[in-house]
Write a protein that binds this ligand. Sequence first.
Ligand code: NAD
Length: 355
Amino acid sequence: MNNPVHRVTLIPGDGIGPEVTAAARAVVEASRADVEFEPVLSGQEAERQTGTPVPAAVFESIERNKLVMKGPTYTPFGGNYRVAVERPGPDGKVTRRDYPSLAITLRKELGLYVNLRPIKNYPNIPSRYENVDLVIFRENSEDLYVGNERMVDENTAEAIKLITRGASERVARFAFDYMRRAGRGKITIGHKANVLKLTDGLFLRSAQDVAKEYADIAVDQRVVDALCMELVVKPESFDGLLLTNLYGDIVSDLAAGLVGGLGVAPGANIGPDCAMFEAVHGTAPDIAGKDIANPTAMILSAVLMLRYIDQGAAADRIDAALTAVLAQKKAITRDLGGTAGTRAFTNAIVEMLKI
Ligand code: NAD
């Protein structure tokens, strides 16, 4: 009997999104994974056509499939841009909510409470460091990052930093469970509890309380600024990093730089019954539509997805093909020191998967 096919809602995204998601889709299809993609109209193109970047059909598709592969989506800097959604709650009553970006809309509406970002040296990707192998667990549902801001007066703006014990314990428990399953040894909690004694203090205490249930995983903590300095000096000394939403966002980009840049850093957003896989990078408007973008981060996000749905054999095939193409150095993108375009790099991986 054939394996059941996993249907995946595909959000191509904006900027380089359509290029890198097309690459990841081609590679997954060539890997013979039991996966089918269901593209949905979303992002800037949907906003132009329908007035919203996330039409109801996007949620309908995700509710059916419970799996999403998402390209980066555009958010204007500054101004008062919000993404509004109207969806029925469990009681059937339709309520209207709004969020500062499409990515945050999906993370919040789908209950994707952890953002998982593995950062490690990949064979044949040039980087300043060796032996980096980190997993970043970023709380994904609260903190300053939800964009709860207001103008107090014309010259004064404020943002609310909301931290709860429930959300902090939930992400901590995910992190400790993940580390245990992966046979890994230590979690470092990043915070600024010396200044933000109440909010970051609560996150730190909640995580430390959860840590008591996991005697097999060591736990320590760092003030986030000192953590950044140590990550740059000796990244190989860290294992798991547990961070609030905003620090997690910033530290992930820093950590991506340790292993070859944003072009190679994958990510997953995971909730109780749904998961969304997207690279750490954004829409890269400076290189969009030029066949320059490195699709590795999106391809590695798809590999995370395949492992999540127990398609480990296909994930291993992609890993091996990517490693081989990188080793040959003939068809790699500019950010990795090559001259190939997105499509040529992707085709080289697809050809390697046929061998
Ligand atoms: P960015 O990540 O798009 O780009 C930063 C730099 O990295 C640019 O120089 C870019 O060319 C380079 N880069 C990024 N991805 C690359 C790749 N795959 N290959 C080669 N080079 C790559 O960050 P930004 O410029 O701050 O943001 C642009 C837009 O993306 C904004 O609208 C932002 O809101 C959005 N964004 C979306 C997400 C998401 O959807 N999850 C995440 C981050 C940023």
